[in-house]
Write a protein that binds this ligand. Sequence first.
Ligand code: CA
Length: 248
Amino acid sequence: MNIDLIHKAVADYEARHGISNFHIAAALIDMDGVLYDSMKYHTLAWHRMISEQGIECTREEFYLYEGMTGKATINLLFERVYGRSASDEEVQTLYEQKAKYFVEIGRKEMMPGATQMLRVLMDHDITRVLVTGSAQNSLIRYIDEDYPGAFDPQRRITALDVKRGKPDPEPYLMGLQKAATTHTSTIVIENAPLGVESGHAAGCFTIGITTGPIPAEELKKAGADLVFDSMQDFADTLPLILDITASR
Ligand code: CA
């Protein structure tokens, strides 16, 4: 990443928020597609479950719904096909089935570069909060094993904690509360357009990372302040971003 691009992104953010001293005290971090290379399995599980309901869908479309809660995704499909929302019972049954298929695929791979990224944040005393649209305990429970010490148990927000999932700003606004920081001293780390939209709407400096088939352009359109091609690229550049923002 070109250093001028970082300076420009920070200056643009400061101008937008009427500040001159953006610095980073906390990072609100998405899980699927950021800490785990798991989206390919989520889309597979969604496609299998929804197809079995006799609902026409493509695996690709589930990448676009990434970040939404399971309930919101099921409702979106029900509205499209039946012209109504799903009942609570239907949501529960279908989401459980999707979760079962996801678990059957086995242990999910950690995202290359994620450990390094978290290490840099920890070394710089940046508060970390997990903000996921998932309610998939099978993955959430591996966090402590895979990323020891990275997330305080009190600093985790899942689909079960929010009323409105991404792209609504609520999950990241709750993340700010958990971090006890304001939006102008907090970054959001996201891989999906709806997640970027949520972080941007919460007023945070939002970093988009393309770790799946969705092009960088879509993350920019959703409001990302900076976009990286991979988590490794972002992890390598993070110390520079912290230096630049600390010296403003
Ligand atoms: Ca994600």
